[in-house]
Design a protein around this ligand. Structure first.
Ligand SMILES: Cc1ncc(COP(=O)(O)O)c(C=O)c1O
Length: 354
């Protein structure tokens, strides 16, 4: 059996050799909103800050979530830290098992294990949560993570499914960690955020503001004790999120709605191009409804990742890193010319492979 040389996304993250076409890391290539450059470095931003985050930014993000209070938010180093802190606090509270969908964002099982808990899985059917299986697997877990629009499938969960999950987890007293980092990158369907007291929301500026390097995200919980525990945990780990980054995020909150509409039109055009291109190459995949990923089926994805990178200078991720056996994952956060060139190279690889 073929032993892949490239075994995790860490091989690719930040790699940018000339000539490389990267459908790898989920980072937007679009320009961030210009508003954020109004935040200029000041000496005060180079000190320690409040662990929970700057009050103005907590207030700013609370306004994005009607019915919430600024003190129930914690500003974190991206949604990544929000997720990590949430899971560790849930373990501290006695949590043992966390239900994940499969496929899933590649970090989730690692985050759950590193927090000292055990991941259990419900298989997505054509990219969607199977409510019957979910209802069975959710029995006996302490938390579930739901991510919609989803990385790596690009699928959007129907509102009815999300409402059913909201009601079920609330009734069972299971924490519902809701990862909505792609909520503004939505082409079809509707986004619905569950809001029962058991819901912990994670979001960030990384995706919709094209600011993944800024490392600013946040979590919200209706449970003030959980928020307090998260702040305690953050005090002993990364301390405050960078103050200059928080000022820039605050300035970005003033971004006019046209910015998001323009970006969405670009994402949609790229989605259509990339989807049509992969279908034309004979690959089988579900048409994404949100986020900026595609998950086509291929034989031996470990070999595909190696061959595409070493022989064709194309980066794709192995679907197995996301629990998607027999698939590769592509991120189409690339300009149209690069997408076309990348598709051509994938076509060549497919021909040589046959
Ligand atoms: C589903 C999902 N959640 C969280 C993250 C982490 O995002 P951030 O840059 O805010 O840490 C990502 C990044 O790709 C993601 O795809």
């Amino acid at each position: 059996m073929y032993q892949p040389r490239i075994t995790s996304s860490s091989f690719f993250i930040g790699r940018n050799e000339p000539g490389l076409i990267s459908f790898g890391s989920g980072q937007s290539d679009l320009l961030p909103p210009q508003e954020l450059f109004s935040a200029l470095p000041r000496a005060g931003y180079l000190k320690y800050g409040l662990i929970a985050g700057e009050p103005a930014l907590r207030e700013g993000v609370a306004k994005l979530y009607p019915g919430t209070r600024a003190e129930d938010f914690v500003i974190t180093n991206g949604a990544s830290e929000a997720l990590d802190l949430t899971l560790r606090v849930l373990c501290e509270r006695g949590g043992k098992k966390v239900l994940l969908t499969r496929p899933h964002y590649y970090s989730y099982p690692h985050n759950v294990l590193m927090a000292g808990m055990e991941p259990v899985f419900t298989e997505l059917v054509n990219g969607r949560i199977d409510l019957a299986d979910f209802a069975e697997k959710v029995q006996g877990v302490d938390a579930v993570i739901v991510n919609t629009p989803c990385n790596p499938t690009g699928c959007v969960e129907p509102v009815a499914t999300l409402k059913a999950i909201e009601a079920l987890t609330a009734r069972l007293g299971v924490w519902l960690i809701f990862d909505e980092v792609y909520k503004q990158i939505l082409y079809d369907g509707e986004h619905y955020r569950p809001s029962t007291p058991n819901v912990i929301t994670n979001n960030s500026f990384s995706k919709s503001y094209s600011l993944c390097g800024l490392r600013v995200g946040f979590l919200h919980s209706y449970d003030p004790e959980l928020v307090r525990q998260v702040i305690e945990m953050k005090t002993d780990t990364t301390m405050n999120t960078g103050l200059l980054a928080q000022q820039m995020a605050l300035a970005a909150l003033g971004t006019p709605p046209e910015y998001f509409a323009e970006q969405l039109a670009i994402w949609r055009a790229r989605r259509d191009l990339c989807y049509a291109g992969l279908c034309d190459l004979g690959l089988e995949l579900v048409k994404p409804e949100g986020a900026f990923y595609m998950l086509p089926k291929v034989n031996d994805p470990g070999r595909a990742v190696d061959e595409l990178y070493f022989d064709h200078q194309v980066v794709v991720y192995n679907g197995e890193w996301f629990g998607a056996l027999g698939h590769i994952r592509l991120c189409y956060a690339l300009d149209v010319e690069k997408i076309k060139e990348g598709l051509e190279r994938i076509g060549l690889w497919l021909k040589q492979r046959k």
